[in-house]
Design a binder for this molecule. Structure first.
Ligand SMILES: C[S@@+](CC[C@H](N)C(=O)[O-])C[C@H]1O[C@@H](n2cnc3c(N)ncnc32)[C@H](O)[C@@H]1O
Length: 313
């Protein structure tokens, strides 16, 4: 892998100056060509049994070159410089240990926006986009609703809602100060830093306003779900006690006091938790109407709870 540079032009007798010059030339030798780097990187990842080896090699090389993936194929003969090759090597090493690509490139697309991510936050997942989609389907674009995104992480839900709902009042909470720092960075990137209020604290506790809509992708895994694919993401973002139900119990209890009587709650859930979360929801909102939305693989993934607290029926 990344075999030593060709010594074709070097000479043991060369002066320091010319050795430096030769060193520079060697960096631009054929083995640093895009084509060659791509095939070496792909082979290395394949040897490490990374199933997305081809795509990962392309993404990492285009990232270090600061070029698009299309560029790699349009210019297979172009050379990477020495720093870019070192950088690529170190990223490949991390990828070989299964670190997610998003942490290596510090970006993840969510609802057509690019979010900065690092190990302080969960990497946004495609199924979470359904939460945003359902809220946007339900309320008009000029809505002035107060929406609370609980456990905001990278801020992907709150910021996407703020972009699509210019008049809504958006509050985002997280127990992790570090996560809130990442979310604020993303909010500035999308010019909504003044429109989203970020607060640190336990679920709804730091939020003083009456809330119309609560949206939450809470940590819902239990210890038995631990696996090496998720070991790089914050434990606090993934796991909850009581078989992953702890945060649902606490949030729905707090919501029974803080949510406006005709308010709604949108939760991302693990399909196996559906029955238990329905029970918790009805314990706290006995008149609630509950709707379940499936993800693209047909699994029960989103729960919409319409409070109907003051309803007479
Ligand atoms: C599954 S992640 C979701 C992150 C982001 N909303 C997303 O969908 O990508 C859960 C988030 O909840 C936060 N969290 C965990 N316990 C919390 C609590 N008691 N109160 C508020 N936030 C909490 C974690 O720090 C983490 O950022």
């Amino acid at each position: 892998m990344f075999a030593k540079q060709s010594t074709k032009y070097s000479s043991p007798q060369s002066s320091l100056h010319s050795r430096r010059a030769i060193g520079q030339a060697a960096v631009y030798s054929a083995s640093n060509g895009i084509n060659e780097l791509l095939s070496q990187a792909t082979n290395l990842l394949k040897r490490k049994k990374i199933t997305s080896a081809v795509l990962d090699a392309e993404v990492l090389l285009s990232y270090v070159l600061k070029k698009s993936r299309e560029y790699l194929f349009a210019h297979p003969e172009k050379m990477a410089n020495k720093n870019q090759v070192y950088w690529l090597k170190s990223l490949l090493k991390r990828r070989s240990r299964l670190e997610p690509i998003a942490y290596l490139t510090h970006q993840k697309e969510f609802y057509n926006l690019e979010f900065y991510v690092d190990q302080r936050v969960l990497i946004p997942r495609p199924e979470t986009e359904i939460l945003v989609e359902e809220i946007l389907k339900m309320i008009p674009k000029n809505s002035k609703a107060t929406i609370a995104d609980i456990g905001t992480g990278s801020g992907c839900i709150a910021i996407t809602l703020a972009k699509h709902l210019p008049k809504a009042k958006i509050i985002a909470s997280d127990i992790s100060k570090n996560a809130i720092a990442v979310a604020k960075r993303n909010a500035s990137r999308y010019s909504v830093a003044k429109r989203v209020k970020f607060v640190v604290g336990n679920l709804l506790k730091p939020i003083a306003h009456p809330i119309d809509i609560i949206v939450a992708n809470l940590p819902y895994l239990s210890q038995k779900d631990e696996n090496k694919e998720i070991k790089f993401e914050p434990y606090q973002a993934l796991f909850g006690r009581k078989n992953g139900l702890e945060h649902f119990e606490n949030l729905l209890k707090q919501a029974s006091v803080e949510l406006n009587p005709q308010g709604k709650i949108f939760l991302e859930i693990q399909p196996a938790q559906l029955k238990s979360i329905k029970v918790i929801a009805l314990n706290n909102f006995p008149k609630a109407e509950i709707r379940v939305i499936k993800d693209l693989s047909g699994q029960n993934r989103i729960m919409e709870i319409s409070s109907k607290k003051n309803s007479v029926t």
